[in-house]
Design a protein around this ligand. Structure first.
Ligand SMILES: *Cc1c(COP(=O)(O)O)cnc(C)c1O
Length: 347
């Protein structure tokens, strides 16, 4: 498979913007920097940030055991996903494949970029229908999105199915691992060298507790990373975000402790949700949320709002009729949720 054949011609021909910090990379304190028209008076953010976010990447590289040349960072996964569209999908010509019910951004980005969406609904166990997916793909199918663990269903896809898709799909397979840190499954990022058409995305928004700083991560071959680097805005990850991310990644054990606390709370919450009589099914979760089937999702959603609790009503998603998606909160928040669910089940 030749990745170069999948890249849009305009992107291949592009001469990227070269920023002041790209042209001179040293950052020794005794240099005088008069190259970027910055204000010289120090306030912590008067200088442009590192366009390659080298300190953040070196920490991530150690934690995830992935070489820095295989990492690209963005303003949330949303920017990373948008860069992938713009690198590979020719507007009004190419298409992508999504597997609903899944994360809504893939089709929003496809629509923004004038890319056709082909979709194959997950089966009754929310697993991909591998043969059907491969049979609807054509020469213009550039991206296949696999979200595992999947949002809003919470389950991981079977490794065998994922591997068959990566091996047989003729475009790029993007595995969205936003929830991987809550799962026992191994990240597909550890297998990049086997699959030239694989992109794995992760984020600091969920397990790392940093949704507010907007830091998305992309792992791929050095060849794909260099294409995405050509089109990313030079300073796409701002200085404050880089500083916060560095502090957080330096305390990786704290993140791991919070993840185990959340998983313990999730399991306790599942036990209690089973005692609520209008909940008929709780789907298996590999993530920090639970999908639950109720008698009337819109009615229960509104009752919860009235009592001060906001969950996500997923009833309009294919295969999720009368389903609510509930994020795991703190112990106190989860106890309040159960108290109110039991209260409204009596009314
Ligand atoms: C929450 C979430 C993300 C995170 O996106 P950010 O832009 O990094 O905050 C990505 N993918 C899925 C499936 C998600 O649920």
């Amino acid at each position: 498979m030749n990745i170069q054949d999948l890249i849009r011609p305009t992107i291949k021909a592009l001469k990227p913007y070269s920023s002041a910090r790209d042209e001179f990379q040293g950052n020794s304190d005794d240099m005088v920097f008069l190259d970027a028209n910055e204000n010289p008076f120090n306030n912590g953010v008067n200088r442009y940030p590192d366009p390659q976010q080298r300190t953040v990447k070196s920490l991530l590289s150690k934690i995830k055991n992935i070489p820095q040349k295989n990492i690209l960072l963005g303003n949330g996964s949303d920017e990373v996903l948008d860069l992938i569209f713009r690198a590979f999908c020719e507007p009004n010509q190419d298409n992508i494949i999504t597997l609903p019910p899944t994360y809504g951004m893939y089709s929003v980005l496809a629509n923004i970029n004038a890319i056709e969406i082909k979709s194959v609904q997950l089966d009754d166990s929310f697993q991909p229908k591998v043969d059907e997916i491969l049979s609807i793909a054509n020469a213009n199918s550039k991206l296949l999105f696999l979200c595992s663990p999947n949002n809003p269903t919470g389950n991981s896809f079977e490794a065998q199915s994922i591997e068959k898709l990566i091996t047989n799909f003729k475009g790029i397979v993007v595995i969205d691992e936003a929830y991987i840190d809550f799962s026992n499954a191994k990240s597909w990022a550890s297998r990049l060298s086997e699959f030239p058409n694989l992109i794995v995305t992760q984020t600091l928004s969920k397990a790392y507790g940093m949704a507010g700083i907007r830091l998305g991560i992309c792992y791929a071959s050095a060849e794909i990373i260099s294409v995405l680097n050509r089109i990313k805005p030079p300073y796409n990850v701002n200085e404050l975000t880089q500083q916060k991310a560095i502090l957080k990644l330096e305390q990786h054990e704290l993140t791991q402790e919070q993840v185990s606390d959340i998983l313990e709370e999730r399991d306790a919450l599942i036990g209690k949700l089973e005692t609520v009589d209008f909940i008929s099914k709780i789907y298996p979760s590999d993530a920090n949320f639970i999908l639950a089937k109720v008698d009337d999702a819109t009615k229960r959603y509104n009752q919860l709002i009235e009592k001060g609790i906001v969950v996500r009503n997923r009833t309009t998603q294919p295969g999720c009729e009368n389903c609510l998606r509930i994020t795991i909160g703190t112990r106190e928040e989860n106890e309040k949720l159960i108290k109110i669910l039991l209260l409204i089940s009596k009314s």
